[in-house]
Every structure is written in structure tokens, then in C-alpha cells.
Ligand binder design. Structure first.
Ligand SMILES: Nc1nc2c(ncn2[C@@H]2O[C@H](COP(=O)(O)OP(=O)(O)O)[C@@H](O)[C@H]2O)c(=O)[nH]1
Ligand SMILES: [Mg+2]
Length: 152
């Protein structure tokens, strides 16, 4: 039951890119399902931004949980693709980018782990690329605000 003042954002990306860490930086109210420190089913959190409630859903990166990405991505307003900048765009990221573009879903790309590699991220996407260090919170809220501006 979603109120129309509420926004649903999905955090996507390859395994270990920093999705859960990003969500932890954004959200004050959180829930997650983990096994041995790895997201198995989903991450969820919400927060108020400029008087609006924004819901964030994280997804597992492993291929065996691909079906969860589809369920979690139902009815989304926008997406954040979290890329490990020390690895660049992986095949999982490429597949996600293809889907986002195909369905015209507004999104931003977080070029995460800038502390490990601060080179420009090489991508053929037109979406804004925001450099982040999720574990320190660097760039994260700026990136969320960039996405929310695109959604308006
Ligand atoms: N060096 C570095 N490590 C990070 C950064 N963000 C996340 N990590 C680490 O990367 C690992 C995977 O992060 P996690 O958020 O669990 O990734 P997920 O699988 O995408 O949810 C963890 O050990 C994090 O502490 C970052 O900006 N820099
Ligand atoms: Mg995770």
C-alpha cells in the first residue's frame, strides 16, 4: 500500500560492490536478511528526504538470486547502480544497465570504492556517474539527491 508521496528506489549492482554499505549510509530504519555477512534475500530501509518518505531496496548480486532482483524491482521509481570502481562495469552491471535503459527507468551510477581506484568509470550509459566511498559515506547523499532531482 504505497502513498503517492512515497518513492521507491532500488539499489542494484554486482556482488560485493557496496550496495548494503550504501543503503546503511542512506537509511535510518533498516531491515536486512544476511547469511555469513552476505545479502541473501534483500536489504530494505527508508528515510525522509525533503519531507518525502523514500524507500530503498537492496538486492543480492549473486546470479542465483537473480529472481529476487525482478521481484524487488517491481514498481520502482528509480534505481542506483553501485559499481566497484576498482573492478569497473561487470557483466552483471552490463545486464542491469541494459534493463534500466530498455524500460526507461531513471537511474544514477555510483562509482564506489574511490579509495581503491579513483579513475573515471568507463561506461556507455548516459546516466550521471557519482564517485562514492560508501564505507565513509562520501558522495552517497549527493548521489541520492541527484537521482531525486531526475525523478521530479
Ligand atoms: N575500500 C572500500 N570498501 C568498501 C566501500 N564500500 C563498501 N566496501 C566494502 O566492500 C565489501 C562489500 O560491501 P557490501 O556493501 O556488503 O556489498 P554488496 O554485496 O554490494 O552489498 C564490504 O567489505 C564493505 O566494507 C568503499 O567505498 N571502499
Ligand atoms: Mg549486500
Amino acid at each position: 500500500m504505497r502513498h503517492n508521496k512515497e518513492t521507491k528506489i532500488v539499489v542494484l549492482g554486482a556482488y560485493n560492490s557496496g550496495k548494503t554499505t550504501t543503503l546503511e549510509q542512506i537509511c535510518h530504519n533498516r531491515a536486512k536478511v544476511e547469511y555469513n555477512g552476505t545479502t541473501t534475500a534483500l536489504d530494505y530501509g527508508n528515510t525522509m528526504i525533503n519531507g518525502k518518505k523514500v524507500h530503498f531496496f537492496g538486492t543480492p548480486g549473486q546470479d542465483r538470486f537473480r529472481f529476487m532482483r525482478r521481484i524487488v524491482s517491481e514498481g520502482l521509481d528509480g534505481a542506483i547502480l553501485v559499481v566497484d570502481n576498482s573492478k569497473g562495469i561487470t557483466s552483471t552491471d552490463q545486464e542491469i544497465l541494459g534493463r534500466l535503459d530498455q524500460f526507461n527507468i531513471p537511474y544514477v551510477i555510483f562509482a564506489n570504492k574511490q579509495d581503491l581506484n579513483s579513475d573515471n568509470l568507463d561506461t556507455d550509459s548516459d546516466a550521471p556517474v557519482i564517485p562514492t566511498i560508501a564505507q565513509d559515506g562520501d558522495g552517497v547523499m549527493e548521489g541520492v539527491e541527484t537521482l531525486l532531482e531526475i525523478l521530479q
